[in-house]
Design a protein around this ligand. Sequence first.
Ligand code: S3P
Length: 175
Amino acid sequence: MNQEQQIVLTGFMGVGKSTVARHLAFILKCEKVDLDSVIEETERRTLAEILDSDGEARFRQIETENLRKILCSSKARIIALGGGAWTIKENRELIKQQQFITVWLESSFEHCWLNIVNSKRTRPLAKNKRLTRKLFDEREKVYCLADWHFIVKPDLTSYEIAKKIAEEVFLIKIN
Ligand code: S3P
């Protein structure tokens, strides 16, 4: 694996993409970008405000515009996607075109749900457990199109997951 390879992290809400991206950037000593944060900065609104006032379809357009910008112009080697970004075909094509590789962080629904309910962030697309589980089940078959797949077991810390990615994807030996 080319040590300069750029990657995107995908996976369901609450799996820990942003935290793993932060640790991985620290380990690899490189820049990382969080797509959701970029959207909030450029729109000057929270994701919840965008989703609640403009609806999901408009949110997805904004998401794709920002993803395209980051993929084409950012120097970041690691991009943490929002949970729905990889489910959009246009986004997957953009990611491939720009030769990023994709790492899917997979966990059980219960693990993600626990993180969602314990999080300070409002997630309009995860308002109740039943509908969120449905979304989780529907998305599994799209997430598995990613190039790499790491299972996030509840006993692993985000740092340990980042370390595994650094070792297995980037072939970096960490003591
Ligand atoms: C979404 C996930 C969120 C955010 C938005 C939509 C989704 O990101 O992009 O609320 O469709 O799964 P996280 O996965 O970081 O929560």
